[in-house]
Design a protein around this ligand. Structure first.
Ligand SMILES: Cc1ncc(COP(=O)(O)O)c(C=O)c1O
Length: 430
C-alpha cells in the first residue's frame, strides 16, 4: 500500500497496487504545491504565472456572451466538431500570421489550452524511455506531460540568446552514442518560461536544420510571442519549416486564461492523429468558450487589447528590474526579458533556493525555486520571479523582502560575501 497526502496527513492508499506504471512519473509540481501559501494576501507572490486580466473589457465580454447564448444558444450549448469550430480555426490562422505563419484552418486543432496540446503531442510521440530534448530550464507543465508518458528529458543549455545550437548538437550526438531515440525538441522560443530569454532570429534556421538532420520533430510552444514589449514579433519556427514543426498556441496570455482555449498547428498527417487523440480526451473543446473567443476576435480591437497588456507587463518588468538592481546582494545576476512574464535569477554559491523558500514565505514573499524547471536536479541556485500579476509597488516590496531573506542566508554571512562590484551581469548560460 502506498501513502498519499490528505490535508497535510499521510494516509494509506488502498488503490496503490492498481495504478498504471506511468503514474510513477506523476508528482505534484513544486509550483502547484506553492500555490496555497503564495496566495495568502500578506504574501507578495512572485511565484505563479497568472496573467493580469484587469484591463479586459468585462462588461463588453459579458454582453457579447449573453448575446451568443440568446441568439445562438442551441449551438453554443451543444457538442461540436472535435477539431474545433471552423470559424475560430480561420481566425487562429489570422492570429498566427502576425508571426509569419501561413497556415490552413484544416491543419489547426482547437484544444483546452495549449497544455492539452502538450499532452496530446506527448501521447502521440512518446513511448516509455524515449528522449525529449528541451531547454534547461523548461516549462514545468511540459515536463509534467513528458513524465506522464514516461519520456525522459535531456536539457540543453540556454544563454541570453536562447537555446544554444552547439549544446543541441552535443545532446543529440550523446543520445545517439548512447543508443537513445530522441523524438522531439520541445522549445519556447519567445520570452521563455522560466528564463525570460528569446531565441535569436539567426539561431532559428540553424536549430531547425539540426533537428531535420537528426530526424527530430520540433515542438514550438508559443504562448507569449505577441507580448514583446516593443510590439515586434519574431518569425515562428513553424514559418521556416512547416513540415517539421508542431506549433502550440494559446489565448491564455493574450485574452483570457480561464476560457481554456488554445490550439495546435501540425503537419497534416500529425493533425489527423491529434484530432483522434483529442476526441478520446474531450470529445470536443467547449463550444461556448470557442464562440466567446471567436466573437471577441471578430468584434473587438484585440490587437489594441494586446498592446494594453504589453504595456502593463512592460511597466511591471521595469519595476522588477529596478528593484533587483536596487536591492539584491552582490553575487546575484538575472536575465532581462524583452517580453512575457518572467525573470530568471541566479543566486550566490551556497544558497539553495528550494531550501530557502520556507524562509522566504515566512518573510511574506514567494518565488518558484529553479529545481522545478529541470528533471536532472539542477536549478538549486536559480529562481523564477514572475512580474505579471502584482502591482509595480508590490513587486518592489516583494523584491525588497526577498533581498532581506537572501542577505540572511548563511552563505552570505560576511566572511563568505563576494567582493562588492563583482556582480555578474552577463552570464554565459542562464
Ligand atoms: C510555456 C507555456 N506553455 C504552455 C502553457 C499553458 O498555457 P495554457 O493556458 O494555454 O494551457 C503555459 C502557461 O503558463 C506556458 O508558460
Amino acid at each position: 500500500m502506498g501513502h498519499c497526502p490528505q490535508g497535510g496527513r499521510s494516509v494509506l492508499d488502498p488503490h496503490a497496487g492498481r495504478y498504471a506504471a506511468r503514474t510513477a512519473g506523476m508528482t505534484a509540481s513544486e509550483i502547484r504545491a506553492l500555490f496555497a501559501v503564495a496566495s495568502r494576501p500578506e504574501v507578495v507572490s512572485l511565484a505563479g504565472g497568472m496573467p493580469n486580466l484587469a484591463a479586459l473589457p468585462l462588461e463588453t465580454i459579458a454582453a457579447e456572451t449573453a448575446r451568443i447564448i440568446a441568439e445562438d444558444g442551441l449551438t453554443a450549448l451543444q457538442y461540436a466538431s472535435a477539431q474545433g469550430l471552423p470559424v475560430l480555426r480561420e481566425q487562429i490562422c489570422e492570429v498566427m500570421s502576425l508571426e509569419g505563419v501561413a497556415a490552413h484552418p484544416d491543419d489547426v486543432l482547437v484544444t483546452v489550452g495549449s497544455q492539452m496540446g502538450l499532452d496530446l503531442v506527448a501521447r502521440l510521440f512518446c513511448d516509455p524511455g524515449d528522449l525529449v530534448v528541451a531547454e534547461g530550464p523548461s516549462y514545468v507543465g511540459a515536463l509534467g506531460s513528458f513524465a506522464a508518458y514516461q519520456a525522459e528529458v535531456a536539457h540543453v543549455a540556454v544563454d541570453a540568446h536562447g537555446l544554444v545550437p552547439e549544446g543541441l548538437r552535443a545532446a543529440l550526438r550523446q543520445a545517439r552514442n548512447a543508443g537513445r531515440r530522441v523524438k522531439l525538441l520541445y522549445t519556447v522560443p519567445n520570452f521563455h518560461n522560466p528564463s525570460g530569454v528569446t531565441l535569436a532570429v539567426e539561431r532559428r534556421a540553424e536549430i531547425l536544420e539540426i533537428c531535420r538532420t537528426h530526424g527530430v520533430l520540433v515542438v514550438e510552444d508559443n504562448p507569449y510571442g505577441l507580448l514583446g514589449f516593443d510590439g515586434r514579433t519574431h518569425p515562428a519556427l513553424h514559418s521556416m519549416d512547416p513540415e517539421n514543426v508542431v506549433y502550440l498556441g494559446s489565448f491564455s496570455k493574450t485574452f483570457a486564461s480561464g476560457l481554456r482555449v488554445g490550439w495546435v498547428l501540425a503537419p497534416h498527417p500529425v493533425r489527423e492523429k491529434l484530432v483522434l487523440a483529442a476526441e478520446s480526451a474531450t470529445l470536443c473543446p467547449p463550444t461556448l468558450n470557442q464562440m466567446i473567443v471567436s466573437r471577441y476576435l471578430a468584434t473587438q480591437d484585440w490587437r489594441g487589447q494586446i498592446a494594453v497588456f504589453r504595456e502593463n507587463y512592460r511597466e511591471r518588468r521595469d519595476a522588477m528590474l529596478r528593484a533587483l538592481e536596487d536591492f539584491l546582494p552582490p553575487g546575484c545576476s538575472w536575465t532581462e526579458p524583452d517580453g512575457g512574464f518572467y525573470v530568471w535569477v541566479k543566486v550566490p554559491e551556497g544558497v539553495n533556493t528550494k531550501a530557502m523558500l520556507p524562509r522566504a514565505v515566512d518573510a511574506r514573499v514567494a518565488y518558484a525555486s529553479g529545481t522545478g524547471f529541470y528533471t536532472n536536479g539542477l536549478g538549486a541556485r536559480r529562481m523564477r520571479l514572475s512580474y505579471c500579476y502584482p502591482s509595480p509597488e508590490r513587486i518592489r516590496e516583494g523584491v525588497r523582502r526577498l533581498a532581506g531573506v537572501l542577505e540572511a542566508e548563511p552563505a552570505l554571512a560576511p566572511a563568505f560575501r563576494p567582493v562588492a562590484g563583482l556582480r555578474e551581469r552577463a552570464p554565459e548560460t542562464v
